[in-house]
Design a protein around this ligand. Sequence first.
Ligand code: SF4
Ligand code: SF4
Length: 329
Amino acid sequence: MLSLYPDDVGIILTYRCHGGCKHCLYNCGPHRSNEAMSIETLRDALTAVTLWPQPPKVHLTGGEPFLHFDLLLEGTRIAADLGITCYVETSAAWCLDEAATTERFAALQDAGMQMVLISCSPFHAERIPPIRTLRAIRAALATFGPQRTIIYQSSFLDVIQAFDVTRPTPLSQYEEHFDAEELGQLLWHGYGVLSGGRAGYALGHLIPKRPLAAFARTSCLSEMLYAPHSHFDLYGNVIPSFCGGLALGDWHTLPELIADFQAEQYPPLIDILIEHGPHGLALMAQEMYGYQPLPEGYAGKCHLCVDVRRYLVAAGDFEALRPQGFYEG
Ligand code: SF4
Ligand code: SF4
């Protein structure tokens, strides 16, 4: 039976952030449009979440949601009014000052925010001085307390403090301390990197790649239909699982979308991914549009999927390949 009933929905307020991290599944960064959800759209998105019989919790995210703090604050109030359990995800790039950081967290807590998740990884540290991450953690602990402060991932706290915390740490600095295999283990397996977004391209050299044929038996049925974690973005896209750049449909018409899926009526590319995974998508793209597999292979099934999708976006107009900004730059 179809689920499409996630237990955690991220609402992407904007795709812009300060980071541009190499592992980012949504291709976010400073190059993305500064466009953000309007308050009305955010209210609609939060209301759509309540249509599920067992409303999931919501995380307000990006990109960097603190780039639009008034929107974040108002969204928190709306979520609280609707009885939605709500937390916020941040890269801490904006945490330049201890008092201002605490002030913003306190305002969110007063508005009804229940938890804060602070990103902590060598990928973030490559763009954001770790001192800001540490500042955000101190302020969050003081405001929300340890039970409601999530450090993702706390196992990297020591790693990001191994170098000068006042500056970003390029990943190349780790290469002086670890051999290639150890670094691959630390980054890919230690963090649990998925190969979608820009990860397969930017970090794929750290792990063995596999040819197209190695993915012949992969399927994405669980990610498409039973994902416990999904996203709504500012353009109306329902993004399944962690599949940046892929839209199941429009959350403005969520009941119709769920009904279509229950009737097993899927958008064409989604149908292929459910049945045959990215290998099936690659075969279709080869036969119909002339896609050529990467000779060096792929870092994982999501790398293959993104590579084929990037090709298809240039070859035709596919409603599932949204938002457009994912495929630009
Ligand atoms: S992981 Fe977060 S901070 Fe990094 S590019 Fe993506 S949204 Fe931005
Ligand atoms: S292969 Fe594509 S559809 Fe499947 S989980 Fe990865 S990004 Fe999503």
